[in-house]
Design a protein around this ligand. Structure first.
Ligand code: ATP
Ligand code: MG
Length: 127
């Protein structure tokens, strides 16, 4: 398997152990994605899931991986308690995700209220 594909197996186990029902959709078997991009995205998904386990009190968590012709889109969504969602509430985990994503021209969006949705976009072709 590839990095992200292997990460998904680990994520399923982590969520299961925390009694959070995992729902994994899309396809983590990426095609022609630079290794650096895949490594950055894997790290981001891992941190997002760690946050779900540590902070959300969710009962369900959905992870979707969709590869479009020119970009990779990953969402991590939970049905937990959420948080303010503004930048001032961000710690090292979310800041680290943003920094690594910037390095590959990617973006991170955080929407939180009733539950949290983390959306990652990364271009997979040179611009
Ligand atoms: P670190 O990642 O450095 O170990 P951290 O997890 O507290 O520490 P961040 O990952 O930046 O730092 O998250 C910042 C804060 O945002 C968390 O402390 C938590 O309050 C909130 N948070 C993040 N993700 C979630 C989530 N899925 N549900 C609820 N709250 C969250
Ligand atoms: Mg964290």
């Amino acid at each position: 398997g590839t990095k992200l594909d292997e990460e998904m197996t680990h994520i399923r186990e982590l969520l299961h152990a925390a009694q959070i029902k995992p729902e994994i959709t899309g396809n983590p078997l990426l095609e022609n994605v630079p290794l650096l991009v895949e490594n950055v995205v894997s790290m981001c998904v891992k941190e997002a899931i760690t946050n779900v386990v540590k902070h959300s009190s969710a009962t369900h968590c959905r992870v979707d991986v969709t590869q479009l012709p020119k970009e990779l889109k990953v969402t991590v969504e939970d049905n937990g308690q959420g948080f303010s969602g503004d930048r001032s509430a961000e710690g090292n985990g979310l800041r680290g995700m943003r920094e690594r994503l910037e390095f590959v021209n990617g973006t991170l969006d955080v929407e939180s209220g009733l539950g949290t949705v983390i959306t990652i976009h990364v271009p997979t072709v040179l611009r």
